[in-house]
Every structure is written in structure tokens, then in C-alpha cells.
Design a protein around this ligand. Structure first.
Ligand code: NAD
Length: 422
């Protein structure tokens, strides 16, 4: 299903489209088409059997005109520098769209974390933290979790960095465990933000959530919480999936019961009362995208909606939880067909927004309760949606181009005010 397309080329194409829409000065366009800094690091790790294995990792800082760089760290066997560069650029746009005082960065290590013991993973993480320590910092670049990294990984990075500095520095990283200064609401944040923008989207599109159906691809952190919160909005979740299958029930699925089934059996497949969309999991995941639903939420991997299936999508509204699920070619087809796409840099920005709240809390040593976090997040996501929606009306472009145009304008304005040094 997911096509292996070069995400960096996609990111550049998206930038070109936004640049055209706002008549961007070619000089600033050139600056934005290059990351500010790319660090490649070699990571020798002593394995449990005594042998040495060398891993490769990156930290890419795309732009810091609006503030310190911010972005997650991904552990994946297929990650490469182009993927990390694309993700770093998307972080610049994401932080600008929700108007938090950060730039964009991303990190990656090429590794299959499932093949490592916990002790090996800790040594790899500490070596990586040491290797990128010269370019991260509470006012420089603040990493966070991404695919296959979690609060424990963040705790090891926080500790390694603090050891190097000689004092505890919780503000250097977000997505930490609560006991180490993590924020309430961080776990649900991405899907909470997605819920708040979906509420705005159905309002402007005059879709009645109580009469609507949703299909969700992927049932991890983003997918499960999205299902739960769509259910809370009254939207019937009729299909969900993971790598092992896609399930369907026209009467709706109970998100918590599906999660309990997945935790017990390892997959959503076989959930009582549901049917499999296909015996072959890859085909089933393709069929899920084409279901006759109102809202479609890709919450798994990139490049799943392409020029090959964009004309078969039946949803009225696509809200992207995953990063980069739609290719630029598919965007054009969906736009022509009148299907609204709420783009990833807006719809999944709840995660980085609550990371920002965590950073503020770490710096002030004051802790907020979950109601405070949700209230602040809701106001920010609703405002961001409406900023993008107004830009979409003003420029007469699709929502992704509008979000990018808004972000690029904000970043360029910061660069103009600061000037080109020296
Ligand atoms: P996760 O690892 O918790 O879950 C991923 C889910 O997708 C799993 O259920 C997995 O089985 C499924 N999956 C993987 N490959 C698939 C495929 N080819 N077809 C169908 N299902 C597949 O990851 P997550 O944190 O939920 O992240 C999912 C996406 O959301 C990623 O693109 C990530 O970058 C993006 N995202 C997540 C967050 C966050 O805070 N979790 C924030 C922003 C963006």
C-alpha cells in the first residue's frame, strides 16, 4: 500500500505550490528549500553479546527564525536523511501554523528497535543523545518522541544531556514521563487537537457529526485516540485498521473495546461483531480508504493517498493524523473533486502544541492540570483552523496550500524582521 516516494521531494513540491500562491520572493524561497543544519552521526553500540554494531543517525534543523527548533526523534529501519529533512521542514510549518514560538527540526536513527534489547536501546539512545548534544538545548533545539520512541527514550535523553551539563535540564526535551516533568494530556494531545479541528471543519462544512461515519487507518496512539474522540463527537466509527487487518461494522465500533481486543490479540482483526474488509491486510487497508464514509482519518504511515486511489475516495472530509499521508498529485485530484483535506501540519499539531506547554511548565516548574491543557489546546487549534480556513478562502487554494502559505508567510516575516546576517 504505502508507496516509497521521496518525502523530501514531496515537501519541496508543497513549498513550491505555497510559494506560487503567495508570490514568495525567490531569495526566501531558496532559504526555505534548504535546511539550516544537517548533522549525521555515527553511533557505535556495544551489544549484549559483546560485539560492536554501528548505527547511523541524523538531526536536521530546518529553520529557527521564529524560535528554537522543535521536532521528534524517529527510530526506524528505513529512515534516511531525506525523510528526516522533510519531517524537519514540516515541523517548521507546523509550529508556524499553530503560532507557537519555535522553528522546525527532526531526528532519526536507522534501526529496528524491536530487534534490540532494552539495555541495547538505552545505550544506543544515550550515544545518540551525546552525539547530537552540541546542537540541542532548551533554547536551541528541543527533541520529542516520534515513531518507535517513547517517554522512556525521552527520559534517557534528558538524563544523558543533564549528565553532560552537570545539572538537571528537563526543558531540553518533551514527551517525558509525568514523573520527570511531562505534561498532563500529552498522550492524547495529537488526537485531541485533531478532534478540535474536526469540530471546526464539520461546522464550516455544515456536516452533522451525529449523522456521520468515519474510517480510521492505523490504531496506535494517533488512531486509537482519534477513534475515541470521533466517537465523543457523535461520529460513528465504522472501520479501523492496523498492519494485520482492517475491520468494518456499519453500526459502529466501540473504540475502547477494540483497543482491549487489540491489546489481547495483537490486532484489531477478529473484533467480535465486525467483518474483515479483505483477507489480505494490505488490500484491506486500501479498501478502508475507499469506504463510503463522511470522515476519513489516515493515522498510520505516509503516502497512502496517491494519484492511484485519490479518485476512489468517497469521504467528504479527510483529516490527517499521520504525517504526509497524501501525495501532492493526490491533493490536486481531491481538490478538483471537492473533497476537503485538513492537512497534517494543522490537524496533528496538537502533539507539538502540548509539547510547547510541557516546555513552558519545565521552565517555570509549575504544573498545569488536564483541564487547563485541554482548554488552551482547544482555543489554539480552533483559532489555527480558522486562520487556515480564511487563507483558503482568500487565496482560493486547497487547505494544505493555505496552511503552508500561512506558515511560510509567518516564517518569512520573522526572517525579514531579523534580516539576513551579517
Ligand atoms: P503508532 O506506532 O502508535 O501506531 C501506528 C499504527 O499504524 C499501528 O496501529 C500500526 O499497526 C499501524 N500501521 C503501520 N503501518 C501500517 C500500514 N502500512 N497500514 C495500516 N496500518 C499501519 O504511531 P502513532 O504515534 O499513532 O503515529 C501514527 C502517525 O501519526 C505517524 O505518521 C506519526 O508521524 C503521526 N503523528 C503522531 C503523533 C503522536 O503524537 N503520536 C503526532 C503527530 C503525528
Amino acid at each position: 500500500m504505502a508507496e516509497k516516494l521521496n518525502p523530501w521531494l514531496n515537501a519541496l513540491k508543497q513549498l513550491d505550490k505555497a510559494a506560487k500562491a503567495i508570490n514568495l520572493d525567490p531569495g526566501y524561497h531558496q532559504i526555505l528549500a534548504h535546511p539550516k543544519r544537517v548533522l549525521e552521526v555515527e553511533l557505535p553500540v556495544r551489544m549484549d553479546d559483546g560485539s560492536i554494531k554501528v548505527f547511523v543517525g541524523w538531526r536536521v534543523q530546518h529553520n529557527d527564525a521564529r524560535g528554537p527548533c522543535k521536532g521528534g526523534i524517529r527510530y526506524h529501519p528505513n529512515t534516511d536523511v531525506d525523510e528526516v529533512k522533510a519531517l524537519a521542514m514540516w515541523m517548521t510549518w507546523k509550529t508556524a501554523v499553530v503560532d507557537i514560538p519555535y522553528g522546525g527540526a527532526k531526528g532519526g536513527v536507522r534501526v529496528d528497535p524491536n530487534a534490540l534489547s532494552k539495555a541495547e536501546l538505552e545505550r544506543l539512545t544515550r550515544r545518540y543523545a551525546y552525539a547530537i548534544a552540541p546542537i540541542i538545548g532548551v533554547d536551541i533545539d528541543i527533541p520529542a518522541p516520534d515513531v518507535y520512541t517513547n517517554p522512556q527514550t525521552m527520559a534517557w535523553i534528558m538524563d544523558t544531556y543533564s549528565m553532560i551539563k552537570g545539572y538537571p535540564e528537563p526543558g531540553v526535551i518533551t514527551g517525558k514521563p509525568l514523573e520527570l516533568g511531562g505534561s498532563e494530556g500529552r498522550e492524547e494531545a495529537t488526537a485531541r487537537g485533531l478532534q478540535y479541528v474536526t469540530e471546526e471543519a464539520v461546522r464550516v462544512m455544515k456536516i452533522d457529526p451525529k449523522k456521520s461515519k468515519a474510517a480510521i487507518q492505523g490504531y496506535g496512539n494517533a488512531g486509537y485516540f482519534s477513534a475515541k474522540f470521533m466517537h465523543e463527537l457523535g461520529i460513528k466509527v465504522v472501520a479501523v485498521s492496523d498492519t494485520k487487518g482492517a475491520i468494518y461494522n456499519p453500526d459502529g465500533l466501540d473504540p475502547d473495546k477494540v483497543l482491549a481486543h487489540k491489546q489481547k490479540t495483537g490486532s484489531v482483526a477478529g473484533f467480535p461483531g465486525s467483518t474483515l474488509l479483505d483477507k489480505d491486510p494490505a488490500k484491506a487497508n486500501e479498501k478502508l480508504l475507499e469506504l463510503d464514509v463522511d470522515v476519513l482519518i489516515p493515522a498510520a504511515v505516509e503516502n497512502v493517498i496517491t494519484d492511484k486511489n485519490a479518485d476512489k475516495i468517497n469521504a467528504k472530509l479527510i483529516v490527517e493524523a499521520a504525517n504526509g499521508p497524501t501525495t501532492p498529485e493526490a491533493d490536486d485530484i481531491l481538490h478538483e473533486r471537492g473533497i476537503t483535506v485538513v492537512p497534517d501540519i494543522l490537524s496533528n499539531a496538537g502533539g507539538v502544541t502540548v509539547s510547547y506547554y510541557e516546555w513552558i511548565q519545565a521552565r517555570t516548574r509549575e504544573w498545569w492540570d488536564i483541564e487547563t491543557v485541554r482548554k488552551k489546546l482547544k482555543a489554539r487549534m480552533a483559532k489555527s483552523f480558522n486562520d487556515v480556513y480564511n487563507m483558503h478562502k482568500e487565496l482560493k487554494v486547497d487547505m494544505r496550500t493555505a496552511a503552508l502559505a500561512l506558515a511560510v508567510k509567518r516564517v518569512v516575516r520573522a526572517m525579514e524582521l531579523r534580516g539576513i546576517w551579517p
